[in-house]
Write a protein that binds this ligand. Structure first.
Ligand SMILES: Cc1cc2nc3c(=O)[nH]c(=O)nc-3n(C[C@H](O)[C@H](O)[C@H](O)COP(=O)(O)OP(=O)(O)OC[C@H]3O[C@@H](n4cnc5c(N)ncnc54)[C@H](O)[C@@H]3O)c2cc1C
Length: 225
């Protein structure tokens, strides 16, 4: 059985698993023949035996990967109401620049090639992504030290890491080795970051940033998300 791992329905699967004593795996990102792969806080991804109930967050799984099972539907007993002792305080949106890098699922990161910092921050805001930076971009004052990714900065484990104008020095790559997908924008097709990336765009990152921000805002408006 698949249940939501995040959002307002997140406790439904957990309550069913407790009540029916089902084995459960949370933070699932892939379902494969050899088991399920889950995000392991602080340690990338781990492989677990398949359980009776899997909790997935929206959008984390690769739709193209095969899902195991016959799609059978089971009737479930009505669940008790959420305890009155639980008080829902609602959710509050926090600015992208304040998201913790170590916990972020989507990071947009700036290197020396990013000269338009306000435009870059506007893109991060539109994407709802956490902000990262290379040491050069931090050293010259464009970003605060807590944004530095790499050997002497933060180690990150995002599902997607968008590297804008970052060469991909070994010290920087060390901080992103657990990232699942890397997208690089760079003028230099021979940059090490381009070799590390799953998707590369050889272009000026200033024009990419403004075009991508407009696209994201337009898509969000049309889809009302
Ligand atoms: C002991 C030690 C520890 C270090 N720790 C870290 C660390 O934790 N994190 C870290 O990041 N670095 C670290 N460094 C520094 C590291 O070696 C690199 O110097 C640094 O990562 C380079 O940053 P950068 O790629 O942003 O800048 P650059 O090396 O200047 O590269 C800029 C890149 O942007 C591209 N570019 C330029 N203009 C544009 C444009 N308009 N559009 C698109 N692309 C463009 C260029 O082609 C180039 O690839 C460390 C170094 C040492 C010695």
């Amino acid at each position: 059985m698949l249940f939501a791992d995040r959002g307002e329905d997140a406790d439904l699967g957990r309550r069913l698993a407790c009540r029916s004593r089902l084995s459960v795996v949370t933070d699932v990102v892939e379902i494969a023949a050899d088991g399920v792969r889950r995000r392991q806080p602080g340690a990338g991804f781990s492989l677990r035996d398949r359980a009776q109930l899997l909790l997935l967050a929206r959008g984390v799984a690769e739709a193209k990967l095969p899902f195991v099972g016959k799609g059978e539907r089971l009737e479930t007993a009505a669940l008790p109401a959420v305890s009155e002792q639980v008080q829902d305080l609602g959710s509050a949106a926090s600015p992208a620049s304040e998201l913790a890098l170590e916990e972020a699922d989507l990071i947009v990161s700036a290197g020396n090639g990013v000269s338009n910092v306000p435009g870059f921050l506007a893109l991060a805001e539109a994407l709802g992504a956490a902000v990262g930076a290379s040491r050069v971009a931090v050293d010259d004052g464009r970003f605060t030290r807590d944004k530095q990714v790499g050997a002497t900065g933060k180690t990150v484990q995002a599902s997607a890491y968008i590297a804008l104008g970052i060469s991909g020095a070994v010290q920087h790559l060390q901080g992103i080795k657990s990232c699942r997908h890397v997208i690089a924008v760079n003028l230099d097709a021979a940059a090490p970051m381009i070799k590390r990336a799953d998707l590369s765009i050889i272009d000026d990152c200033q024009s990419f940033i403004s075009a991508f921000e407009q696209l994201v805002r337009r898509e969000r408006k049309e889809k009302q998300v």
